[in-house]
Design a protein around this ligand. Structure first.
Ligand code: AMP
Ligand code: MG
Length: 400
């Protein structure tokens, strides 16, 4: 059985071969998408020298008094040619008049009629309170780099560069399918040995959270014929990822792996030395220029979601170069039981106390307990050769 790092490396190697498509969208639609072009500034930013405060623009000298000769407000420029005697009232963001090189904040002056006086305790420094043209960025330089995830900060830069249309990477398309004779729709009340379908919903949300497209194939019985039809249909679709849950272990009715093989999916690995989520299957389906990554996740709702967080999400982040570290080192608040050589991803609750990150994981850790998972905010990653981490030790917590 392969280890976690090797498995993730295999997935990254395969996902890297996907062709990423590019589309042009309206700037408002670009939010939360990944930029597919370097956006170049078509003007200096800021485009002109301007005042950083509300105050009075002057030509610097050692004077303490000036004559106010007019005013400029933002967007309403008037030309003045200042001498050392003159001051122009100016508002924040207004273009500076010719010769002005310094702005005195309004708080530091007294005004009587058209006479401006520096407050006795105030001082002036040449060049103060001026935002010079191009000091944020020069024209023709890269304002936003390709592969930037567009958020509120970056969209402001796109807007300042006049990008009303933005080239972004097309969303990946993922089809999801659940299997299990025990599953019933959620609008029915479970009786006997039946169980409401939950993991289609978690996968749907996890993919949407990453802003990709989901094709929901619903759920099916553990019937090899029906599963074959569903898998066949999925592999004919225009998708990049096919994610199934359930039926991938070694039980008598676990048909997925067999069906994948019969339908031409090439297995890359089956089972990884982790807990939970060990039975994960990964294969690749290729036909002509089509390429689908196939993930057979176990049915346990916790296992399938942990698999998504530790394999599928990092792999998608990898191709879109979203290599931000979403983990925190925290102090364990309780002993953790781990005797085996697997990599564990235990559910934890991370919190800050007295300026320190702490994590607790005092609950059953059963891979069937979806409520516990829903209350967790991190996965505590314990690597293969670490045993029984104790209260007080530092552990890596992956934010979920
Ligand atoms: P399996 O991987 O098919 O052996 O399923 C493992 C466990 O997960 C069983 O206890 C199933 O009842 C449960 N399970 C399987 N699929 C789902 C699902 N879609 N939603 C919730 N629980 C499921
Ligand atoms: Mg099953």
């Amino acid at each position: 059985m392969i280890n976690y790092n090797k498995a993730l490396e295999i997935i990254k190697h395969e996902i890297e071969k996907l062709t990423l498509h590019i589309e042009e969208v309206d700037i408002y639609e670009s939010f939360n998408r990944i930029l597919a072009e370097d956006v170049i500034a078509d003007v200096d930013l800021p485009p002109f020298d301007n005042s950083a405060v509300d105050g009075y623009a002057i030509k610097y000298s050692d004077r303490k008094e000036w004559k106010i000769i007019g005013e400029i407000s933002a967007g309403n420029f008037s030309a003045f040619n200042l001498t050392e005697n003159d001051a122009v009232m100016i508002t924040t963001g207004s273009k500076l008049p010719a010769n002005a090189d310094t702005v005195i904040p309004v708080e530091d002056v007294e005004v009587k009629g058209d006479l401006l006086k520096l407050q006795p305790n105030a001082f002036i420094k040449k060049g103060m309170n001026i935002r010079t043209q191009g000091n944020d960025l020069r024209k023709n330089e890269i304002a936003v780099h390709r592969f930037t995830k567009i958020d509120a900060k970056t969209i402001a830069v796109l807007a300042s560069c006049g990008k009303d249309k933005v080239k972004v990477f097309s969303k990946l398309k993922a089809a999801i399918l659940a299997t299990g004779d025990e599953l019933i729709p959620i609008n029915e009340k479970p009786e006997g040995d039946k169980l409401r379908l939950s993991n289609i919903y978690s996968l749907y949300a996890a993919i949407k959270e990453m802003n990709h497209t989901v094709i929901n194939l619903g759920f099916t019985k553990d019937d090899k014929e029906i599963i074959t039809q569903k898998v066949k249909a999925a592999l004919e679709m225009d998708i990049n990822l096919f994610i199934t849950t359930g039926g991938v272990s070694v039980g008598r009715y676990d048909f997925l792996k067999e069906v994948f093989e019969e339908q031409g999916v090439k297995e890359k690995f089956w089972k990884v030395n982790i807990k939970p989520g060990k039975p994960i299957y990964f294969g690749v389906y290729e036909k002509d220029d089509k390429r689908i990554l196939v993930f057979g996740l176990p049915g346990n709702p916790v296992s399938s979601l942990v698999n998504f967080y530790v394999f599928i999400k990092p792999a998608i982040d990898f191709i879109f170069k979203q290599n931000k570290i979403e983990s925190i080192n925290a102090t364990l608040q309780n002993d953790l039981k781990k005797k085996d050589g697997k990599r564990h991803f235990s559910r934890g609750i991370l919190f800050e106390e007295d300026g320190e990150w702490k994590v607790t994981s005092e609950f059953s850790q059963s891979s069937g307990n979806i409520v516990e998972m829903s209350r967790a905010n991190c996965l505590i990653e314990i690597v293969e050769d670490r045993v029984n981490p104790k209260r007080g030790e530092k552990v890596k917590c992956i934010l979920i």
